[in-house]
Design a binder for this molecule. Structure first.
Ligand SMILES: [Zn+2]
Ligand SMILES: [Zn+2]
Length: 375
């Protein structure tokens, strides 16, 4: 297919520029696009639009667009053209969609039913996000039959950036085209029709949000995500007052409530990465964040969410603890941590009330006399 061949041949040679005698990656400046950019941002989207229409689908329900990177930034390593169902997602940052991805080395491209990685990165941080996007791809795969000639799951884009690696892990079903092979337009069109069919099937089976099917985060993943997000303050601002109960997890962890690592991150930041039982308690420095590693603990544990009309997953109900204190609250004899619990509770009582989490010390003591399972 001519358009693919042009990208394979021309993208890399157009990826650098010489500024003041030095070679650097090309900047995407207004009015300074290379000819090859338009193949990805205009010609291919037009072509794919036609192909979608030819399957009999109502094109107004889709958004088709391509990108070589953001304006005023450097050229993307993995250019793409995406086909979004508007009722599933409006942006490649989130949800799932069919996307034509070119590998970083321009040796191949893929038509791929794939997922927006930015959403995962924002929710879980980069490291756990990559793990989670892979898990969601596997859940999706369990609900689809992979046609012959297609790749199930992970693919290789020779990616060196987080976003590219997100697409590698987020792949559900893909078709590869090597730069050496002569891809006919008819073949490409048929493969796209197959993927659009799988896209529709997946929406019928799992609905518009695949993330809702993710199993509960393991304790390790939850703590790691919270510490990583706490390194960089989240952009979103939490409004005051009571929050509605969180959603329940649909998959294996069914009947448990979701915990948002961002809430834990806000609590860790508020505690300045120190143990709230005693800020002099020693912990170790995290390999990834270079900050003291503290763990997030729900003062009123999430397993008691059913007894509250409002969300327990708010920073005011989450305390930062050194690993020793944290394990103590979960595993020590009640009498051995009763006074510590009281200290933390009294420091939080009014903040809990501000979130309409109404609980007294006697009730909290009763909770901690029993088992506390989740962080
Ligand atoms: Zn401590
Ligand atoms: Zn805990």
């Amino acid at each position: 297919m001519l358009e693919l061949d042009r990208v394979f041949a021309e993208y890399l040679p157009n990826s650098e520029e010489v500024v003041a005698g030095e070679k650097s990656r090309r900047q995407l400046l207004p009015g300074k696009a290379a000819d090859i950019d338009a193949v990805i941002t205009q010609r291919l989207p037009e072509l794919l639009t036609t192909f979608v229409e030819e399957t009999g689908r109502d094109i107004s329900r889709y958004r088709v667009y391509g990108s070589v990177g953001q304006l005023n930034w450097t050229l993307a390593y993995i250019p793409w053209v995406a086909i979004l169902r508007r009722d599933i997602t409006r942006s490649t940052e989130r949800g799932y969609y069919v996307v034509l991805l070119f590998s970083q080395d321009m040796q191949s491209c893929f038509l791929s039913l794939n997922q927006g990685f930015t959403q995962f990165r924002k929710t879980f941080g980069e490291k756990i996000g990559k793990k989670k996007v892979l898990q969601v791809a596997n859940i999706a795969l369990q609900n689809l039959a992979v046609p012959e000639g297609f790749i199930a799951g992970r693919l290789s884009l020779s990616a060196s950036t987080g976003l590219g690696e997100g697409y590698e892990n987020g792949a559900i079903v893909s078709r590869e085209y090597s730069a050496k092979q002569d891809v006919s337009e008819a073949q490409f069109r048929a493969d796209l029709a197959t993927l659009l069919g799988l896209y529709d099937q997946l929406e019928q089976k799992l609905g518009p949000s695949l993330l809702d099917h993710l199993d509960l985060l393991s304790s390790d993943d939850y703590q790691e995500a919270a510490n990583e997000i706490a390194k960089k303050p989240p952009a979103s601002v939490l409004t005051a007052g009571a929050k509605p109960r969180p959603d329940k997890v649909l998959g294996k962890g069914a009947n448990k409530y979701k915990r948002d690592p961002e809430m834990a991150a806000l609590a860790i930041m508020a505690a300045n990465h120190r143990c709230e039982i005693d800020e002099d308690h020693e912990t170790f420095t995290s390999r990834r964040t270079k900050q003291p590693f503290v763990e997030a603990h729900h003062l009123v544990p999430m397993q008691h969410q059913d007894g509250f009309e409002v969300s327990l997953d708010v920073p005011e109900n989450i305390v930062a603890l050194c690993p020793g204190c944290h394990r103590k609250l979960h595993h020590a004899r009640f009498g051995d941590f009763k006074s510590l619990l009281q200290k933390v509770f009294l420091a939080r009582e009014s903040q809990l009330a501000a979130r309409s989490i109404m609980v007294g010390l006697p009730a909290l003591n009763d909770i901690y006399k029993g088992d506390v399972d989740e962080d």
